[in-house]
Design a protein around this ligand. Structure first.
Ligand code: FAD
Ligand code: FES
Length: 504
Protein backbone atom coordinates (compact mmCIF):
# COMPACT_ATOMS: atom_id res chain seq x y z
CA UNK A 1 0.00 0.00 0.00
CA UNK A 2 1.44 3.38 -1.00
CA UNK A 3 1.16 6.21 1.48
CA UNK A 4 -1.51 8.73 0.51
CA UNK A 5 -0.94 11.36 3.20
CA UNK A 6 1.22 14.37 2.40
CA UNK A 7 4.18 14.43 4.80
CA UNK A 8 3.21 17.62 6.66
CA UNK A 9 1.48 18.37 9.95
CA UNK A 10 -2.10 19.57 9.45
CA UNK A 11 -1.46 22.27 12.09
CA UNK A 12 1.47 23.65 10.10
CA UNK A 13 -0.21 23.25 6.73
CA UNK A 14 -3.33 25.14 7.83
CA UNK A 15 -1.54 28.21 9.25
CA UNK A 16 0.53 30.89 7.55
CA UNK A 17 4.28 30.87 8.13
CA UNK A 18 5.41 33.31 10.83
CA UNK A 19 8.17 35.82 10.07
CA UNK A 20 9.65 37.34 13.20
CA UNK A 21 13.13 38.80 12.77
CA UNK A 22 16.32 37.00 13.72
CA UNK A 23 18.32 38.49 16.59
CA UNK A 24 20.71 40.97 14.96
CA UNK A 25 22.05 42.99 17.91
CA UNK A 26 22.46 42.61 21.67
CA UNK A 27 19.19 42.99 23.56
CA UNK A 28 18.50 43.36 27.30
CA UNK A 29 15.26 42.09 28.85
CA UNK A 30 14.06 40.86 32.24
CA UNK A 31 13.57 37.28 31.06
CA UNK A 32 14.84 35.35 28.03
CA UNK A 33 12.71 32.36 27.02
CA UNK A 34 14.56 29.90 24.78
CA UNK A 35 12.27 27.81 22.54
CA UNK A 36 9.01 28.93 20.95
CA UNK A 37 6.82 25.85 21.45
CA UNK A 38 3.75 25.82 23.66
CA UNK A 39 5.77 25.87 26.91
CA UNK A 40 7.90 28.82 25.75
CA UNK A 41 5.08 30.85 24.21
CA UNK A 42 2.88 30.44 27.29
CA UNK A 43 5.73 31.25 29.70
CA UNK A 44 6.65 34.40 27.76
CA UNK A 45 2.98 35.42 27.67
CA UNK A 46 2.34 35.01 31.41
CA UNK A 47 5.61 36.80 32.27
CA UNK A 48 4.82 39.70 29.98
CA UNK A 49 1.30 39.96 31.40
CA UNK A 50 2.90 40.06 34.86
CA UNK A 51 4.92 43.13 33.84
CA UNK A 52 8.25 41.59 32.78
CA UNK A 53 9.99 42.37 29.51
CA UNK A 54 10.69 39.15 27.61
CA UNK A 55 12.61 37.89 24.60
CA UNK A 56 11.25 34.67 23.11
CA UNK A 57 14.07 33.11 21.08
CA UNK A 58 13.25 30.34 18.60
CA UNK A 59 15.78 28.44 16.47
CA UNK A 60 13.24 27.76 13.73
CA UNK A 61 9.70 29.22 13.59
CA UNK A 62 7.13 29.68 16.37
CA UNK A 63 5.20 26.46 16.95
CA UNK A 64 7.13 24.48 14.36
CA UNK A 65 8.53 21.95 16.85
CA UNK A 66 6.69 19.24 18.75
CA UNK A 67 3.82 21.60 19.60
CA UNK A 68 3.15 22.02 15.89
CA UNK A 69 3.13 18.22 15.42
CA UNK A 70 1.06 17.09 18.39
CA UNK A 71 -2.48 15.71 18.66
CA UNK A 72 -3.31 18.71 20.87
CA UNK A 73 -5.75 17.13 23.29
CA UNK A 74 -5.70 19.39 26.33
CA UNK A 75 -6.34 16.75 28.92
CA UNK A 76 -6.04 15.88 32.58
CA UNK A 77 -7.04 12.27 31.83
CA UNK A 78 -3.79 11.17 30.17
CA UNK A 79 -4.45 7.62 29.00
CA UNK A 80 -3.52 5.70 32.18
CA UNK A 81 -1.72 7.85 34.71
CA UNK A 82 -3.24 8.28 38.13
CA UNK A 83 -3.21 4.66 39.36
CA UNK A 84 0.53 4.64 38.61
CA UNK A 85 1.05 8.05 40.24
CA UNK A 86 -0.66 6.85 43.43
CA UNK A 87 1.52 3.76 43.36
CA UNK A 88 4.77 5.69 42.73
CA UNK A 89 4.21 8.94 44.60
CA UNK A 90 1.27 8.41 46.98
CA UNK A 91 -2.24 9.75 46.98
CA UNK A 92 -1.46 13.33 47.98
CA UNK A 93 0.95 13.97 45.11
CA UNK A 94 -1.30 12.18 42.63
CA UNK A 95 -4.20 14.42 43.75
CA UNK A 96 -2.05 17.52 43.24
CA UNK A 97 -1.07 16.30 39.76
CA UNK A 98 -4.74 15.93 38.83
CA UNK A 99 -5.61 19.33 40.26
CA UNK A 100 -2.70 21.04 38.47
CA UNK A 101 -3.72 19.60 35.09
CA UNK A 102 -7.34 20.68 35.62
CA UNK A 103 -6.22 24.15 36.74
CA UNK A 104 -3.97 24.50 33.69
CA UNK A 105 -6.83 23.64 31.33
CA UNK A 106 -9.02 26.23 33.07
CA UNK A 107 -6.21 28.83 32.81
CA UNK A 108 -5.82 28.15 29.10
CA UNK A 109 -9.57 28.32 28.49
CA UNK A 110 -9.68 31.61 30.37
CA UNK A 111 -6.83 33.09 28.33
CA UNK A 112 -8.48 32.02 25.06
CA UNK A 113 -11.77 33.59 26.16
CA UNK A 114 -10.36 36.86 27.51
CA UNK A 115 -8.08 37.42 24.51
CA UNK A 116 -10.72 36.18 22.10
CA UNK A 117 -8.31 33.80 20.38
CA UNK A 118 -9.59 31.98 17.32
CA UNK A 119 -7.94 28.56 17.71
CA UNK A 120 -10.78 26.02 17.33
CA UNK A 121 -10.86 25.53 21.11
CA UNK A 122 -13.63 23.10 22.03
CA UNK A 123 -14.66 21.41 25.24
CA UNK A 124 -14.85 17.63 24.69
CA UNK A 125 -15.36 14.44 26.63
CA UNK A 126 -12.12 12.49 26.83
CA UNK A 127 -12.04 8.67 26.85
CA UNK A 128 -9.43 6.01 27.50
CA UNK A 129 -10.88 2.82 26.04
CA UNK A 130 -10.04 -0.88 26.26
CA UNK A 131 -10.65 -3.52 23.63
CA UNK A 132 -9.78 -6.62 25.65
CA UNK A 133 -10.03 -7.98 29.20
CA UNK A 134 -6.52 -6.94 30.20
CA UNK A 135 -7.13 -3.37 29.04
CA UNK A 136 -10.47 -3.34 30.81
CA UNK A 137 -8.82 -4.19 34.14
CA UNK A 138 -6.43 -1.27 33.67
CA UNK A 139 -9.23 1.10 32.74
CA UNK A 140 -11.22 0.05 35.81
CA UNK A 141 -8.18 0.60 38.04
CA UNK A 142 -7.82 4.09 36.54
CA UNK A 143 -11.50 4.82 37.22
CA UNK A 144 -11.01 3.81 40.84
CA UNK A 145 -7.78 5.84 41.18
CA UNK A 146 -9.17 9.01 39.60
CA UNK A 147 -12.36 8.86 41.64
CA UNK A 148 -10.33 8.41 44.82
CA UNK A 149 -8.48 11.61 43.86
CA UNK A 150 -11.74 13.48 43.32
CA UNK A 151 -11.39 13.73 39.55
CA UNK A 152 -14.69 13.81 37.63
CA UNK A 153 -14.46 10.47 35.80
CA UNK A 154 -16.92 7.70 35.15
CA UNK A 155 -16.84 4.20 33.70
CA UNK A 156 -18.74 3.76 30.43
CA UNK A 157 -19.47 0.51 28.62
CA UNK A 158 -19.49 1.90 25.11
CA UNK A 159 -18.14 4.84 23.12
CA UNK A 160 -19.10 6.26 19.71
CA UNK A 161 -16.29 4.54 17.83
CA UNK A 162 -17.07 2.18 14.94
CA UNK A 163 -15.66 -0.92 16.65
CA UNK A 164 -16.46 -2.74 19.90
CA UNK A 165 -14.77 -1.77 23.15
CA UNK A 166 -14.79 -3.64 26.46
CA UNK A 167 -15.19 -0.41 28.43
CA UNK A 168 -13.74 3.07 28.89
CA UNK A 169 -13.01 5.75 31.44
CA UNK A 170 -14.53 9.12 30.59
CA UNK A 171 -13.65 12.59 31.83
CA UNK A 172 -16.10 15.28 30.77
CA UNK A 173 -15.21 18.88 29.96
CA UNK A 174 -11.67 18.36 28.73
CA UNK A 175 -10.56 20.27 25.63
CA UNK A 176 -8.83 20.33 22.27
CA UNK A 177 -7.60 23.13 20.02
CA UNK A 178 -5.56 24.02 16.96
CA UNK A 179 -2.17 24.40 18.67
CA UNK A 180 -0.43 26.50 16.03
CA UNK A 181 -3.30 28.97 15.65
CA UNK A 182 -3.10 29.40 19.41
CA UNK A 183 0.70 29.79 19.58
CA UNK A 184 0.80 32.27 16.69
CA UNK A 185 -1.96 34.36 18.27
CA UNK A 186 -0.16 34.46 21.62
CA UNK A 187 3.24 35.19 20.03
CA UNK A 188 1.67 38.17 18.25
CA UNK A 189 0.85 39.74 21.63
CA UNK A 190 4.48 39.65 22.82
CA UNK A 191 6.53 42.22 20.84
CA UNK A 192 6.48 45.83 22.05
CA UNK A 193 7.16 47.76 25.26
CA UNK A 194 10.63 46.24 25.54
CA UNK A 195 9.64 42.66 24.65
CA UNK A 196 10.62 40.72 21.51
CA UNK A 197 10.12 37.54 19.51
CA UNK A 198 13.13 36.30 17.55
CA UNK A 199 12.97 33.43 15.05
CA UNK A 200 15.78 31.69 13.14
CA UNK A 201 17.98 32.32 16.16
CA UNK A 202 19.60 29.24 17.66
CA UNK A 203 20.86 29.51 21.21
CA UNK A 204 24.15 27.67 21.70
CA UNK A 205 24.54 28.16 25.44
CA UNK A 206 23.43 30.16 28.46
CA UNK A 207 25.82 31.67 31.01
CA UNK A 208 24.04 31.81 34.39
CA UNK A 209 25.61 34.96 35.79
CA UNK A 210 24.30 38.28 37.12
CA UNK A 211 22.87 39.07 34.67
CA UNK A 212 22.57 35.89 32.52
CA UNK A 213 23.94 35.87 28.99
CA UNK A 214 22.16 33.93 26.25
CA UNK A 215 24.68 33.17 23.50
CA UNK A 216 23.32 32.63 19.99
CA UNK A 217 24.73 31.24 16.76
CA UNK A 218 23.75 34.53 15.12
CA UNK A 219 26.44 36.37 17.13
CA UNK A 220 24.52 38.83 19.30
CA UNK A 221 23.63 38.06 22.91
CA UNK A 222 20.45 38.41 24.95
CA UNK A 223 21.15 39.72 28.43
CA UNK A 224 18.51 38.85 31.04
CA UNK A 225 18.01 38.55 34.79
CA UNK A 226 16.43 35.12 34.29
CA UNK A 227 16.41 32.53 31.51
CA UNK A 228 13.77 29.86 30.90
CA UNK A 229 14.81 26.96 28.66
CA UNK A 230 11.81 25.41 26.94
CA UNK A 231 13.56 23.59 24.11
CA UNK A 232 11.57 20.37 24.71
CA UNK A 233 14.69 18.73 26.17
CA UNK A 234 17.03 21.38 27.64
CA UNK A 235 19.91 22.23 25.32
CA UNK A 236 22.25 22.56 28.33
CA UNK A 237 23.68 19.31 29.67
CA UNK A 238 23.86 20.51 33.26
CA UNK A 239 21.10 18.93 35.32
CA UNK A 240 21.37 15.70 33.25
CA UNK A 241 17.83 15.94 31.88
CA UNK A 242 18.91 13.79 28.93
CA UNK A 243 19.56 10.97 31.43
CA UNK A 244 16.34 11.57 33.38
CA UNK A 245 14.08 11.09 30.34
CA UNK A 246 13.97 9.07 27.14
CA UNK A 247 12.90 10.26 23.68
CA UNK A 248 9.72 8.66 22.32
CA UNK A 249 8.65 9.17 18.71
CA UNK A 250 5.00 8.90 17.69
CA UNK A 251 3.06 9.10 14.42
CA UNK A 252 -0.15 10.70 13.14
CA UNK A 253 -2.31 10.49 10.04
CA UNK A 254 -5.39 12.52 9.17
CA UNK A 255 -8.08 12.61 6.52
CA UNK A 256 -11.50 14.13 5.88
CA UNK A 257 -14.52 12.49 7.41
CA UNK A 258 -18.17 13.29 6.91
CA UNK A 259 -19.25 15.23 10.03
CA UNK A 260 -22.26 12.97 10.49
CA UNK A 261 -19.96 9.95 10.89
CA UNK A 262 -17.27 11.66 12.98
CA UNK A 263 -16.79 10.55 16.59
CA UNK A 264 -17.73 13.32 19.04
CA UNK A 265 -15.12 12.95 21.78
CA UNK A 266 -11.37 12.48 22.15
CA UNK A 267 -10.13 8.91 22.57
CA UNK A 268 -7.04 6.88 23.33
CA UNK A 269 -6.69 3.12 23.62
CA UNK A 270 -4.53 1.12 26.01
CA UNK A 271 -2.05 -1.70 25.53
CA UNK A 272 0.24 -2.54 22.65
CA UNK A 273 -0.71 -0.91 19.38
CA UNK A 274 -3.03 1.66 21.02
CA UNK A 275 -4.48 4.50 18.93
CA UNK A 276 -5.20 8.11 19.80
CA UNK A 277 -8.21 9.62 18.00
CA UNK A 278 -9.70 13.12 17.66
CA UNK A 279 -11.31 15.32 15.04
CA UNK A 280 -10.75 18.96 14.20
CA UNK A 281 -12.82 21.42 12.21
CA UNK A 282 -11.17 22.62 9.00
CA UNK A 283 -11.34 26.24 7.81
CA UNK A 284 -13.58 25.31 4.85
CA UNK A 285 -16.25 23.86 7.15
CA UNK A 286 -15.14 20.23 6.94
CA UNK A 287 -13.93 17.78 9.58
CA UNK A 288 -10.52 16.13 9.73
CA UNK A 289 -10.16 12.86 11.61
CA UNK A 290 -6.72 12.40 13.17
CA UNK A 291 -5.37 9.08 14.36
CA UNK A 292 -2.07 8.60 16.20
CA UNK A 293 0.07 5.83 17.60
CA UNK A 294 2.93 3.52 16.55
CA UNK A 295 5.30 5.02 19.14
CA UNK A 296 8.86 3.82 19.62
CA UNK A 297 12.13 5.12 21.02
CA UNK A 298 13.87 7.59 18.72
CA UNK A 299 16.53 5.99 16.53
CA UNK A 300 15.38 2.42 17.19
CA UNK A 301 13.44 1.89 13.93
CA UNK A 302 14.66 2.34 10.39
CA UNK A 303 11.52 1.35 8.44
CA UNK A 304 9.41 4.19 9.84
CA UNK A 305 7.24 4.29 6.70
CA UNK A 306 5.66 1.03 7.94
CA UNK A 307 4.34 3.01 10.95
CA UNK A 308 2.56 5.48 8.70
CA UNK A 309 1.23 2.66 6.55
CA UNK A 310 -0.41 1.00 9.57
CA UNK A 311 -2.03 4.28 10.63
CA UNK A 312 -3.32 4.99 7.14
CA UNK A 313 -4.78 1.45 6.95
CA UNK A 314 -6.43 1.97 10.35
CA UNK A 315 -8.11 5.15 9.12
CA UNK A 316 -9.34 3.38 6.01
CA UNK A 317 -10.46 0.13 7.62
CA UNK A 318 -12.21 1.62 10.66
CA UNK A 319 -13.57 4.91 9.35
CA UNK A 320 -13.43 4.62 5.53
CA UNK A 321 -11.14 7.67 5.57
CA UNK A 322 -8.28 8.20 3.12
CA UNK A 323 -5.25 9.85 4.71
CA UNK A 324 -4.42 13.31 3.40
CA UNK A 325 -1.80 14.19 5.99
CA UNK A 326 0.83 12.25 7.86
CA UNK A 327 3.43 13.51 10.27
CA UNK A 328 5.36 12.50 13.34
CA UNK A 329 7.22 13.98 16.24
CA UNK A 330 8.70 13.07 19.60
CA UNK A 331 8.58 14.00 23.24
CA UNK A 332 10.70 13.20 26.28
CA UNK A 333 9.28 10.75 28.76
CA UNK A 334 10.08 11.28 32.42
CA UNK A 335 10.94 8.09 34.32
CA UNK A 336 8.66 8.90 37.24
CA UNK A 337 5.81 10.17 35.01
CA UNK A 338 6.06 13.74 36.34
CA UNK A 339 7.57 16.63 34.37
CA UNK A 340 10.62 18.57 35.55
CA UNK A 341 9.80 22.22 36.12
CA UNK A 342 12.07 24.63 38.00
CA UNK A 343 15.73 25.60 38.37
CA UNK A 344 18.07 23.70 36.05
CA UNK A 345 20.19 22.69 39.07
CA UNK A 346 20.06 23.78 42.72
CA UNK A 347 23.20 25.87 42.04
CA UNK A 348 21.65 27.77 39.10
CA UNK A 349 18.99 30.05 40.51
CA UNK A 350 18.37 32.12 37.37
CA UNK A 351 18.15 29.40 34.70
CA UNK A 352 14.96 27.36 34.61
CA UNK A 353 13.70 24.37 32.62
CA UNK A 354 10.42 22.68 31.74
CA UNK A 355 10.73 19.19 30.25
CA UNK A 356 9.70 15.53 30.54
CA UNK A 357 6.11 16.09 29.43
CA UNK A 358 5.80 12.39 28.45
CA UNK A 359 3.61 12.99 25.35
CA UNK A 360 1.04 14.91 27.42
CA UNK A 361 2.49 18.41 27.24
CA UNK A 362 -0.47 20.63 26.40
CA UNK A 363 -1.69 21.06 29.99
CA UNK A 364 1.87 20.61 31.31
CA UNK A 365 3.15 23.50 29.18
CA UNK A 366 0.59 25.71 30.90
CA UNK A 367 1.51 24.26 34.30
CA UNK A 368 5.16 25.14 33.50
CA UNK A 369 4.26 28.69 32.48
CA UNK A 370 2.21 29.25 35.64
CA UNK A 371 4.89 27.84 37.94
CA UNK A 372 7.90 29.49 36.33
CA UNK A 373 6.17 32.86 36.21
CA UNK A 374 5.50 32.67 39.94
CA UNK A 375 9.04 31.48 40.60
CA UNK A 376 10.58 34.39 38.68
CA UNK A 377 8.25 36.82 40.42
CA UNK A 378 9.44 35.41 43.76
CA UNK A 379 6.06 33.88 44.64
CA UNK A 380 5.66 30.45 46.23
CA UNK A 381 3.78 27.88 44.19
CA UNK A 382 1.74 24.94 45.53
CA UNK A 383 3.03 22.60 42.79
CA UNK A 384 6.72 23.49 43.20
CA UNK A 385 7.68 20.39 45.21
CA UNK A 386 5.65 18.00 43.08
CA UNK A 387 7.36 19.00 39.83
CA UNK A 388 10.72 20.05 41.36
CA UNK A 389 13.17 19.73 38.48
CA UNK A 390 16.03 18.89 40.82
CA UNK A 391 14.27 16.01 42.62
CA UNK A 392 16.48 12.96 42.88
CA UNK A 393 14.30 9.96 42.09
CA UNK A 394 14.58 8.70 38.57
CA UNK A 395 17.98 7.03 38.35
CA UNK A 396 16.89 4.02 40.35
CA UNK A 397 13.70 2.96 38.54
CA UNK A 398 13.90 -0.19 36.37
CA UNK A 399 12.97 1.87 33.26
CA UNK A 400 15.67 4.45 33.88
CA UNK A 401 18.33 1.83 34.54
CA UNK A 402 17.35 -0.03 31.36
CA UNK A 403 17.25 3.17 29.31
CA UNK A 404 20.62 4.40 30.50
CA UNK A 405 22.13 0.93 29.94
CA UNK A 406 20.71 1.03 26.40
CA UNK A 407 22.33 4.43 25.85
CA UNK A 408 25.67 2.96 27.00
CA UNK A 409 25.16 -0.01 24.67
CA UNK A 410 24.45 2.33 21.74
CA UNK A 411 27.48 4.47 22.57
CA UNK A 412 29.79 1.45 22.38
CA UNK A 413 27.97 -1.02 20.11
CA UNK A 414 26.90 1.34 17.33
CA UNK A 415 30.56 2.08 16.60
CA UNK A 416 30.70 -1.40 15.01
CA UNK A 417 27.85 -0.58 12.63
CA UNK A 418 28.46 0.59 9.07
CA UNK A 419 31.29 -1.68 8.09
CA UNK A 420 30.78 -0.90 4.38
CA UNK A 421 33.85 0.97 3.27
CA UNK A 422 32.41 2.52 0.14
CA UNK A 423 29.46 4.77 -0.55
CA UNK A 424 28.93 2.80 -3.81
CA UNK A 425 26.78 0.39 -1.80
CA UNK A 426 24.27 3.17 -1.00
CA UNK A 427 21.35 2.85 -3.43
CA UNK A 428 19.12 5.80 -4.46
CA UNK A 429 16.62 6.56 -1.67
CA UNK A 430 18.76 4.71 0.86
CA UNK A 431 20.61 5.91 3.98
CA UNK A 432 23.52 3.84 5.30
CA UNK A 433 26.41 4.09 7.73
CA UNK A 434 29.77 3.64 6.01
CA UNK A 435 33.35 3.70 7.22
CA UNK A 436 35.52 6.27 5.50
CA UNK A 437 39.17 6.82 6.43
CA UNK A 438 38.52 5.14 9.77
CA UNK A 439 35.56 7.42 10.65
CA UNK A 440 31.83 6.70 10.63
CA UNK A 441 29.97 8.49 7.87
CA UNK A 442 26.19 8.79 7.50
CA UNK A 443 25.55 8.54 3.76
CA UNK A 444 22.26 9.14 1.96
CA UNK A 445 21.74 8.96 -1.81
CA UNK A 446 18.71 10.92 -2.97
CA UNK A 447 16.41 9.76 -5.77
CA UNK A 448 18.40 11.78 -8.34
CA UNK A 449 21.55 9.85 -7.33
CA UNK A 450 23.21 12.71 -5.43
CA UNK A 451 25.14 11.58 -2.37
CA UNK A 452 24.82 13.48 0.95
CA UNK A 453 27.55 12.59 3.44
CA UNK A 454 27.91 13.82 7.00
CA UNK A 455 29.65 12.54 10.12
CA UNK A 456 27.63 9.81 11.87
CA UNK A 457 28.82 11.01 15.27
CA UNK A 458 26.13 12.96 17.13
CA UNK A 459 27.58 16.31 18.26
CA UNK A 460 25.63 16.09 21.53
CA UNK A 461 27.55 13.37 23.38
CA UNK A 462 29.02 11.30 20.58
CA UNK A 463 26.55 8.44 19.91
CA UNK A 464 26.17 7.11 16.34
CA UNK A 465 23.04 8.26 14.51
CA UNK A 466 20.57 5.85 12.86
CA UNK A 467 18.65 6.18 9.57
CA UNK A 468 14.94 7.09 9.55
CA UNK A 469 13.58 6.03 6.17
CA UNK A 470 10.18 7.76 6.09
CA UNK A 471 11.55 11.09 7.22
CA UNK A 472 14.95 10.85 5.50
CA UNK A 473 16.67 11.94 8.67
CA UNK A 474 19.50 10.78 10.91
CA UNK A 475 18.18 10.17 14.43
CA UNK A 476 20.27 9.72 17.55
CA UNK A 477 19.17 6.71 19.64
CA UNK A 478 20.76 8.08 22.82
CA UNK A 479 18.91 11.31 23.62
CA UNK A 480 16.79 11.98 20.57
CA UNK A 481 18.68 14.61 18.55
CA UNK A 482 17.65 14.47 14.89
CA UNK A 483 19.34 15.81 11.77
CA UNK A 484 18.44 16.23 8.10
CA UNK A 485 20.37 14.20 5.54
CA UNK A 486 22.59 17.29 5.13
CA UNK A 487 23.29 17.37 8.86
CA UNK A 488 21.02 20.32 9.79
CA UNK A 489 19.53 20.11 13.33
CA UNK A 490 15.87 19.02 13.29
CA UNK A 491 15.55 18.38 17.02
CA UNK A 492 17.77 18.97 20.06
CA UNK A 493 19.35 18.59 22.53
CA UNK A 494 22.19 18.97 19.95
CA UNK A 495 23.11 22.58 19.27
CA UNK A 496 25.60 21.82 16.49
CA UNK A 497 24.85 20.18 13.12
CA UNK A 498 26.40 16.90 11.96
CA UNK A 499 29.82 17.68 10.52
CA UNK A 500 30.06 17.65 6.70
CA UNK A 501 32.16 14.82 5.23
CA UNK A 502 33.51 14.47 1.74
CA UNK A 503 33.84 10.88 0.52
CA UNK A 504 35.38 10.59 -2.91
C1 FAD B 1 2.85 12.67 18.15
C2 FAD B 1 2.60 13.40 19.43
C3 FAD B 1 1.30 13.58 19.88
C4 FAD B 1 1.07 14.28 21.06
N1 FAD B 1 -0.21 14.46 21.49
C5 FAD B 1 -0.45 15.15 22.61
C6 FAD B 1 -1.78 15.39 23.05
O1 FAD B 1 -2.75 15.02 22.42
N2 FAD B 1 -1.96 16.07 24.21
C7 FAD B 1 -0.91 16.51 24.95
O2 FAD B 1 -1.12 17.11 26.01
N3 FAD B 1 0.36 16.33 24.53
C8 FAD B 1 0.62 15.67 23.39
N4 FAD B 1 1.89 15.47 22.97
C9 FAD B 1 3.00 16.06 23.73
C10 FAD B 1 3.11 17.56 23.45
O3 FAD B 1 2.91 17.81 22.09
C11 FAD B 1 4.49 18.05 23.87
O4 FAD B 1 4.72 17.67 25.21
C12 FAD B 1 4.62 19.55 23.78
O5 FAD B 1 4.21 20.00 22.51
C13 FAD B 1 6.06 19.96 24.02
O6 FAD B 1 6.12 21.35 23.97
P1 FAD B 1 7.52 22.07 24.13
O7 FAD B 1 7.24 23.53 24.15
O8 FAD B 1 8.27 21.46 25.26
O9 FAD B 1 8.37 21.63 22.86
P2 FAD B 1 8.37 22.21 21.37
O10 FAD B 1 7.04 22.49 20.88
O11 FAD B 1 9.22 21.29 20.56
O12 FAD B 1 9.12 23.59 21.53
C14 FAD B 1 10.53 23.66 21.70
C15 FAD B 1 11.05 24.71 20.74
O13 FAD B 1 12.41 24.97 21.05
C16 FAD B 1 13.09 25.25 19.84
N5 FAD B 1 14.52 25.04 20.07
C17 FAD B 1 15.17 23.86 20.20
N6 FAD B 1 16.50 24.08 20.37
C18 FAD B 1 16.67 25.43 20.37
C19 FAD B 1 17.81 26.28 20.50
N7 FAD B 1 19.04 25.77 20.66
N8 FAD B 1 17.63 27.62 20.43
C20 FAD B 1 16.38 28.16 20.25
N9 FAD B 1 15.26 27.38 20.10
C21 FAD B 1 15.41 26.04 20.17
C22 FAD B 1 12.48 24.26 18.86
O14 FAD B 1 12.69 24.67 17.52
C23 FAD B 1 11.01 24.26 19.27
O15 FAD B 1 10.24 25.16 18.52
C24 FAD B 1 2.16 14.77 21.81
C25 FAD B 1 3.46 14.58 21.37
C26 FAD B 1 3.70 13.91 20.19
C27 FAD B 1 5.10 13.70 19.74
S1 FES C 1 21.42 13.13 21.41
FE1 FES C 1 22.84 12.75 22.99
S2 FES C 1 24.44 11.71 21.95
FE2 FES C 1 23.03 12.17 20.40
Amino acid sequence: MTLTGRPVSYWIDSTLPSSYPALSQDVTVDVAVVGGGLAGVMTAKLLKDAGKTVALIEADRIGAGVSGHTTAKIAALQQLLYAELIDKHGEEKARLAGESNRAAIARLADLIATENIDCDFERKANYTFATDADGLAKVKAEVEATQKLGLPTSFVESVDLPFPVTGAIMMADEAQFHPRKFMLAIAATLPGNGSHVFEQTRVSTVEDETPCRVITDNGPTVIAQDVVITTNLPILDIGLYFAKTYPQRSYLAGGRIDASRAPQGMYIGVGKGYRSIRTTPTDDGGTLLIVGGEGHKVGSEEATDERFRRLESYLQENFGVTAEYRWSSQDFVSFDKLPYIGAITPAHQHTYVATGFSLWGMAKSVISAMMLTDRILGREHPWADLYDSTRATPFVTPTSIQQNLEVGAHWVGDRFKGLFDSTDSVAPGEGKLVTHQGGKVAAYRDDSGKLHTVSAVCPHLGCIVAWNQAETSWDCPCHGSRFSCDGKILHGPAVKPLEQKVCD
